[in-house]
Design a protein around this ligand. Structure first.
Ligand code: TYD
Ligand code: MG
Length: 456
């Protein structure tokens, strides 16, 4: 039984339980409940002494003061993902796998912001000052007037900021901070929640933009506490496939901008280079088209991006055939395979299916259905798609090919990059810069792909 006023908090999901149990009801994790004094952590809303209520002063929706200007970080890609620069007084969580380049990105962003005139502090609990200096030297940013500190004590950080005027504060990482008001160790849910809560309050109160780095666990969650995601104004994730130089910054939540915008970077010897025009980045090697490849004309955020889908359908050596997919959704692959089997007469029962999105990009658009299906059909039939053809369209369970958003901009971008035909839904004909082979049903598309004489 809990001591008076104590509760049990799951260290995995942050759910609060009145009594101890071996398994958390909320997330199902075992042995994660830890006793905490209720209202103790500074991050939680502590019940205050009975105080007199004050009447609310209601406001109008119309603003009387214009929004303060956003802080331009000097990185166009980073600013765009934030919704046009960093909002003063906002809190941002930057999440990503260890080693993906979070510290590199933020050092670059804050150094450029500092060169642009913003007052910037970079506090690292992960690296020594010397390490950060040598990284800055390698990236040619040593001259930037960044206030640098290696510190993990929340109290010291908050106290220093009372004296230092700062516009932008970077904390790398939230899991290394600790507050002496709690007994729990750094990285525990209680500590992370308390420290993040305190920093978010500091951000609001002193109009400091705070960027917190958060590590991601193996299963893709921001380590331990999802609670931090709810506290901050924006959650950005920094992604990249191992072995590829490309890194993608995405907004998973953003109170000040759209969430479908991406920023593309390339990791090199002297830091991250911005890729302003990524449309041709994710195409496979040029040259003769092989069976199993289809170029998808996609949209990432506000920009068209061309991506190659690669499929391999091969006889299976095992009783249960394999389905492996990189860069696309497994559920979506299962659906497209089922439609190809049920409506188009292609059999995948005894065959392994591999699907890969080239370049390390992760595609989330339903518009990619037809491109994936075309790659799969092309591999299954062993017929390459015509040279210079882009594909887009959503597939329904009944096997219909549906129109998707912004078809004209998809094709215009493709035309710019030298593509000269498309395979897509009927509505794609309108405004197309080149001939479109329109299909109403997926079976029509498969028939076209199987027809060696198809010229678009
Ligand atoms: P880092 O920013 O330390 O990752 P994180 O903070 O997300 O853990 O980046 C680590 C990787 O980036 C490391 O493997 C080396 C690579 N890197 C470069 O390739 N070039 C560079 O200029 C820098 C600074 C890092
Ligand atoms: Mg780091």
């Amino acid at each position: 039984m809990a001591r008076d006023g104590a509760v049990f908090v799951c260290q995995s999901c942050g759910a609060v339980h009145p009594k101890w149990s071996g398994r958390c009801d909320a997330c199902g994790a075992w042995n994660t409940l830890v006793e905490e004094a209720q209202g103790g952590p500074p991050g939680a809303m502590a019940p205050t002494k009975a105080s007199k209520a004050r009447g609310l002063v209601f406001e109008t929706l119309e603003a009387h003061t214009p929004d303060p200007p956003r802080i331009a970080t000097g990185s166009a890609e980073f600013d765009r993902v934030c919704g046009g620069g960093v909002v003063p007084g906002s809190a941002i969580l930057l999440a990503g796998d260890p080693g993906v380049g979070k510290s590199t990105l933020l050092l670059q962003v804050c150094a450029q912001a500092a060169l642009g005139g913003a007052k910037v502090a970079y506090v690292s609990g992960e690296e020594a000052v010397e390490q950060i200096r040598s990284r800055a030297a390698r990236m040619g940013l040593s001259q930037a007037p960044v206030k640098l500190a290696a510190e993990t004590s929340l109290r010291d950080i908050v106290d220093s900021l009372k004296r230092e005027p700062v516009d932008l504060l970077i904390v790398d990482s939230i899991q290394t901070l600790w507050s002496d008001a709690l007994e729990a160790g750094p990285g525990s849910v209680a500590q992370v929640r308390a420290c993040a809560g305190e920093l978010v309050r500091l951000a609001k109160k002193r109009r400091i933009a705070v960027i917190l780095v958060g590590h991601v666990t193996k299963d893709g969650q921001i380590a331990g506490p999802r609670v931090v995601e709810h506290m901050v104004d924006a959650v950005l994730s920094f992604e990249g496939e191992r072995g590829y130089p490309f890194r993608i910054l995405r907004a998973a939540k953003n109170r000040f901008g759209a969430t479908d915008e991406i920023g593309v970077f390339e990791m090199g010897d002297s830091g991250l280079r911005e890729v302003a025009n990524p449309s041709a980045l994710f195409l496979g090697e040029g040259g003769e088209r092989a069976a199993g490849a289809a170029v998808f004309a996609g949209i990432e955020g506000s920009r068209p991006v061309l991506v190659e889908f690669q499929a391999l359908v091969a006889p299976s050596a095992y009783g249960t055939p394999r389905r492996a997919v990189v860069g696309w959704d497994t559920g979506r692959l299962a659906m497209v395979l089922a439609v190809l089997e049920a409506r188009c007469g292609l059999g995948f029962g005894a065959r392994d299916v591999y699907l890969n999105v080239a370049g390390g990009l992760r595609v989330n658009e339903p518009a990619a259905d037809l491109a994936a299906a075309a790659a799969l059909a092309s591999s299954a039939l062993d017929v390459p798609l015509p040279q210079g053809c882009v594909v887009f369209g959503e597939i329904s369970l009944s096997g219909e090919v549906r129109a998707v958003s912004r078809m004209e901009s998809r094709m215009k971008e493709a035309a710019k990059l030298g593509f000269d035909r498309a395979l897509g839904p009927s509505a794609a004909k309108e405004g197309a810069p080149f001939p479109v082979a329109t299909v109403q049903k997926l079976a029509d598309a498969v028939a076209r792909i199987g027809d060696e004489n198809w010229k678009g």
